[in-house]
Design a protein around this ligand. Structure first.
Ligand SMILES: *Cc1c(COP(=O)(O)O)cnc(C)c1O
Length: 369
């Protein structure tokens, strides 16, 4: 890859393939993979990532909201797409673009069935979402008879799958809780299978679920963060490769003297002569203000340069007093050495948040390393 000459997020498709192969090595041969490409493919490039995953043999995609599925369809992706968070105002684009809604409440079920009828749909695929303890979206186990009653004899929709989502699959201290969730899902599966004459499929594991509870993979697993290179675990992280590398350049170098201040609110007060580098990336690009004032850092010519002063909207300033560098030099914000996980941990955040925060102003460059 050539050196950065502006702020870029590099997306390494070979790393993606490596991660896909690592995750599928944990699965039975028949288990299908649903790749979660919500939030622009965890901040990367949903379309490019999805196309690569199609080539790798993925069976399904998941997005959070309908418009993310529309984007994939408009880019020519024909793989089935589950919309995890269905909203009535999106029914139209869901059916128009052959997206498959997650149905999570009695209200949304009634509304979608009525819409499918109005649109003269037959056996439109729906996915029943069960709440087994996350308490975010989903039917309770007790609601199952009620759902079945609603659907019996209905020609307009058909249950394609039933699924649930684990609350703490990465947390070794919550194994008992996760097992309770998995048991509840098992009971739901058995009741559903005995109540319908066809065979919906079942899925509940996310990335950490696959890594920690592989015996519960059922027909399919849903992997997001693992595909992008993180396993929520030090050992698993070593097996995976970060897909995204955020780079920028040095725009200007300043020498500051004792008594000078740096940036907005004069937040940094210079004690000894220092050298700073100004970089063309700020909070509007996804670098949280929490990284300012020495909390976050970047890497220049292999050395760590702390972010000093407040993060500006479009720029940050870093301390390069002890680093040999010049204007135009490449700067790494996160990638394979300082990973998105490591950097995000400095502000008590997680890789998911930092990756998805990288705004659409940052150019995406897709390559194979
Ligand atoms: C985001 C999401 C996933 C993916 O989780 P990872 O931890 O990134 O693998 C799976 N299922 C649901 C319901 C989600 O919302």
């Amino acid at each position: 890859m050539s050196k950065a000459s502006e702020t870029v997020l590099e997306i390494d498709l070979n790393a993606l393939a490596h991660n896909y192969n690592y995750i599928t090595s944990k699965l039975e041969k028949e288990t299908k993979v649903m790749a979660v490409v919500k939030a622009f493919g965890y901040g990367s490039d949903a379309v490019m990532v999805a196309k690569e995953l199609v080539a790798l043999g993925v069976s399904y995609f998941a997005v959070a909201y309908a418009k993310e599925g529309v984007l994939l369809r408009d880019a020519g992706i024909t793989t089935p797409i589950l919309v995890l968070h269905t909203l009535p105002s999106n029914f139209d684009s869901i059916i128009n673009k052959c997206l498959e809604p997650s149905i999570y409440s009695k209200k949304i079920l009634k509304q979608f069935v009525a819409f499918a009828e109005q649109e003269q749909q037959r056996n439109y695929p729906i996915h029943l979402k069960f709440n087994t303890g996350l308490n975010r979206l989903g039917f309770t186990e007790e609601e199952l008879p009620n759902i079945l009653e609603e659907l019996t004899g209905n020609q307009h929709v058909k249950i394609k799958s039933a699924f649930s989502h684990l609350a703490a699959s990465e947390d070794k201290n919550e194994i008992d809780f996760t097992k309770r969730q998995l048991n509840s899902f098992k009971r739901i599966r058995e009741s559903l299978l005995s109540a319908v004459s066809y065979r919906p499929f079942f899925h509940t594991l996310n990335t950490s679920g696959i890594l920690n509870f592989p015996s519960h993979q059922y027909d399919m697993v849903r992997t997001g963060i693992g595909l992008y290179g993180f396993g929520n675990d030090l050992i698993e992280n070593k097996k995976l490769k970060p897909v995204a590398t955020l780079k920028t350049v040095i725009s200007q170098i300043h020498t500051l003297q004792k008594g000078d201040t740096l940036g907005y609110n004069r937040a940094y007060k210079v004690q000894n002569t220092m050298k700073t580098a100004t970089l063309p990336i700020g909070h509007a690009d996804g670098i949280s203000r929490a990284f300012g004032n020495g909390i976050g850092w970047v890497t220049i010519n292999g050395q760590k340069a702390p972010i000093q002063g407040n993060v500006c909207m479009d720029m940050i300033m870093v301390d390069v007093s002890n680093i040999e560098c010049e204007e135009g030099d490449e700067v790494i914000i996160f990638g394979t050495t300082t990973t998105a996980e490591k950097l995000s941990n400095a502000i008590n955040s997680i890789s998911y948040e930092l990756l998805t925060a990288i705004s659409q102003r940052v150019k995406r460059v897709v390559h194979r390393k």
